[in-house]
Design a protein around this ligand. Structure first.
Ligand SMILES: [Zn+2]
Length: 288
């Protein structure tokens, strides 16, 4: 089955419908989720599961944001805008990267810098060293890379220490992953860390787990967080579990534009529904 259900539904059902419904009840901010920016062959997988964006596509995507007048914001200011309700959130976007891949330095940062864009990178700290280490078959940035990027406007958050499936771990292990990663980044950079990205598929329908994790994140000093729940962030979003829009090489300008406008948010509803149907507790999910 090679039909892209998410792409087809977004471009041919949701986007036209949104247009009819008067430009969607706005007030939402797209938070883009990237991983690797490199020429990688992921053709064995459905595009929905790709985590790489080619440098050419990344340039095209950032060019689209620039031409459409988007400004990039930090997670803190995005949440501030959403909760304040006074300023406009229109044409605001947050750009995030998970996993600390070193190809960010070569292929993503120069493009971001050219357009005056900022971004947040989430690090699995066990894979960040003084020399490049490998996570998920890709080279990761070093602490020297991290410090240099930070001086040039990129912000860094935690993506745990060892990138485990947190769902199902006991609270002490979770606390260790969450707290130690923050302390390590702060020690290595000298800057405060207040944001966290949940590794792998987020168990968004498990309310008890979410409450436990929220408490651990709060007591560990986090104020903002992102996850793999699909959608744009709104005033009702949990600041520690903000929805994101996954982006990869399959996002041509047409699809990316539709996602930014909210025409992909329905996939998040489908994602939650699928998890409810699949419960109790599966640990499977996309490798993000
Ligand atoms: Zn990850």
């Amino acid at each position: 089955m090679s039909i892209r259900f998410d792409r087809t539904g977004t471009l041919y059902l949701a986007a036209p419908l949104l247009g009819v419904l008067a430009r969607g009840r706005e007030g939402k901010i797209p938070i883009l989720m990237y991983h690797s920016v490199a020429d990688e062959d992921e053709s064995a997988l459905q595009p929905y599961y790709w985590i790489a964006t080619t440098p050419a596509q990344f340039l095209q995507q950032m060019t689209l944001l620039h031409e459409r007048g988007y400004r990039t914001a930090s997670l803190a200011s995005a949440v501030g805008l959403l909760q304040d309700g006074r300023g406009t959130v229109e044409r605001t976007v947050v750009i995030t990267f998970d996993d600390g891949y070193r190809n960010f330095c070569r292929h993503a940062f120069p493009v971001l810098e050219r357009f005056g864009f900022t971004a947040a990178m989430f690090l699995p700290t066990a894979s960040i060293g003084d020399r490049p280490e490998v996570f998920n078959r890709r080279e990761c940035m070093t602490w020297a890379d991290v410090r240099e990027l930070q001086q040039r406007g990129i912000s860094f958050g935690s993506h745990t220490v060892t990138h485990p499936q947190l769902h199902g771990l006991d609270p002490d292990r979770i606390r260790e992953e969450v707290l130690r990663s923050r302390q390590t980044i702060e020690d290595k950079t000298g800057c405060a860390v207040d944001s966290f990205a949940y590794p792998y598929a987020f168990p968004q329908t498990d309310a008890a787990f979410k409450a436990m994790l929220r408490a651990i994140l709060e007591e560990s000093g986090y104020r903002y967080g992102v996850c793999t729940q699909i959608g744009r962030a709104g005033a009702a979003s949990d600041p520690l579990f903000l929805e994101r829009l996954p982006v990869n090489s399959a996002d041509d300008p047409k699809l990316l534009q539709a996602k930014l406008a909210g025409a992909y948010d329905w996939v998040g509803g489908l994602q939650s529904l699928a998890k409810r149907v699949r419960r109790p507790r599966t640990k499977t999910g996309s490798q993000k």
